[in-house]
Design a protein around this ligand. Sequence first.
Ligand code: 5GP
Length: 202
Amino acid sequence: MISNEGMLVVVSGPAGVGKGTLCRALFAAWPGLEYSVSVTTRNPRPGETEGKEYYFRTREEFMEMIKNNEFLEWAEFCGNYYGTPRFHVESVLARKKTILLEIDIQGAKQVKAKYPDGVFIFIVPPSLATLSQRLRSRGTEPEDVIERRLATALKELENIYDYDYVVENDEVDVAVEKLKSIIIAEKCRVKRKSFSFKGEIK
Ligand code: 5GP
């Protein structure tokens, strides 16, 4: 008999590169995947709801969660805190399912130190000009925040060599197909399976 081991997938890359859009499309196509809902201290954007996109918490609450060791990783990004609750990730892996984290590059580094066997995917924009356009067209952030995000993005692209895969987000459908293919192939790796053939042939 062949059974799956749990698998942790990290989708990271510069902010504004469309990680959220890709991950949403991936989940729509693949309901069996489990998603890690992060905690953040930033304000909800229009349409975002508690517990769906994020758990929205105050800084004080976030600090308390750090103190209580509730995060698998956490990072400060452009003036706000973001973190992955440890409990959900650990329980999904214990159930031998696949969990996907969509987090920034600082967070991905911390996760890699704890789960070197995870699958680390870096999303890149087709060009920096596209990234700048996307951040501006979202219209949710003031100009100084956008400038900071772009400067951060440029620096972050240097981290690409720490990842297993790179996916260019040019056309969403194509990028989602690539993400699916990566996950399917990774699930087939011998190291992600356990075997017990004893007693199968009579
Ligand atoms: P946004 O404010 O646009 O939702 O997210 C800003 C950045 O924070 C994005 O790059 C997003 O991937 C990242 N992010 C979201 N959740 C987490 C998390 O739990 N941990 C870390 N380290 N980054 C996160």
